[in-house]
Write a protein that binds this ligand. Sequence first.
Ligand code: PLP
Length: 287
Amino acid sequence: MGRIAYVNGRYTPHAEAAVHIEDRGYQLADAVYEVWAVFDGKLADAEGHFARLSRSLGELRIPEPMSRGALTVVLREVLRRNRIRNGMVYLQVSRGVAPRDHAFPTAPVSPAVVVTAKAVDHAAAEAKAAKGVSVITTPENRWGRCDIKTVGLLPNVLAKQAAKERGAAEAWFVDEMGLVTEGASSNAWILDRDGVLRTRDTNANILRGVTRLTLLEVIREAGLTVSEKPFSPAEAVEAREAFITGAGSLVLPVVQVDGKPVGEGLPGPVAKRLRALYIQRAKNTAV
Ligand code: PLP
């Protein structure tokens, strides 16, 4: 069975799925997106991702393309048609199709909606988590509204490519104060020398990660100490543990920063425990 995508009201073979050349997402990155992890055919952290989608759309004054209920039906249908039990589902909403002009179209246009899905091999993902990953650091060079989940991802693309070329899985952006903001497609965390879990606060120019938010609850429920206090790459290297979070990575131990080992250079017990607790909770609450 071939892959199926949803494009503007139609379920289409993936190879034939296409948007118009004047889709504003394609020409101007005038579009937002969301990604849900999928466990057992269900959407993880569904509410958090829907809420952030509404916020991203609202910040850009793109109308909601359909109700949350209708969107849930489409997301589930794409999963069903692709026979995906475990994986990820991707949604993109652009302002729509209009003659190219930077300002919003004057005549009302309907937002353009694309949904795709892919399977994730959970055994491979667990093997990767058991080994841990390396990250590199790179100067923060993104725009000032990284809280909006837009498809304008060129700095993230270049950072991720730089990471890949250096054998790393992720790049952490470092701001002008020398502090880590977040990863190119994940939020960044350490367990510092005092045993405090630390991640950047959301007053900074970062995406408000849904996995990050759920994990904050998990951490508090587990009775661990957490502080939304930023850290530098040097503090990450001196930390006991480090990890990243996101709908793709879930909770993924980081064992090296810029080629230097974090702690023992192995995934730490706290990151491993938090990964297990997060996955358990995501499965239990998926809809
Ligand atoms: N930060 C950035 C820049 C991202 O692109 C992502 C996910 O794609 C995240 C953080 C993690 O967000 P979430 O946990 O909502 O997937």
